[in-house]
Design a protein around this ligand. Sequence first.
Ligand code: SF4
Length: 243
Amino acid sequence: MPVEASPSLNLDLGAISRELDTASAWDILRWSVETFGPKLTMATAFGPEGCAILHMLSHVDPDRKVRVFNLDTGYQFRETLELRDRVAERYGIEVELVRADSTVEQFEAANGGPVYSTEPDRCCFERKIVPLRQAVVGYDAWISSIRAEQSEHRARADVVGWDKKFDLVKVNPLLRWSRRDVWAFIVSNKVPYNPLHDQGYPSIGCWPCTRAVAEGETDERAGRWAGQAKTECGLHSLDSSQL
Ligand code: SF4
């Protein structure tokens, strides 16, 4: 898929992405920190990929120029929020919690109950997409933790590309990594990770929309929105119809 040049930065993202496609995740991250500096931000849900990137970022960005945030929907697992504290302790990276304007209680009261059961796309839109849009105003680029092998549409992403949805350059340092690569990195570097991964949750989002997977289930995202057609929250969809 052709990569569009960023109108605001005058970068040839297609050429850059081709050049970085076979670069190491460290080099991709280093390039993004050097290119965008404090105009670079990172959203993390504290998945194993995000934790691996935070480990690298702690070395590549020693002055902590890059703002890191988590979209705190109000429905996160306790273990996920505790991991935020462990990351701060280990790396000195204080991950900011970015929230929707309404609390979960207000959101549910205004909509007659839990929106995740009736309109999960709208729930993700209100609790994740809208706060992300607000959080990235003024930034030039964001780092995401997606990997190509996670889904068909993630496989169509580029290492560096223009993200039309958020009007930002999107940098995907782990795009070419396998799940095995991620865990090998975590184990060898003793990177903190969510203990729920040891309890049958390969992919962790909000508690109402995440379940453990059965032994033998090969789709690592099988526990996300199980039983629904929905497979993505919309942050990484390539077009707005996938929200
Ligand atoms: Fe709502 Fe579920 Fe999306 Fe979380 S993952 S924002 S609870 S629909």
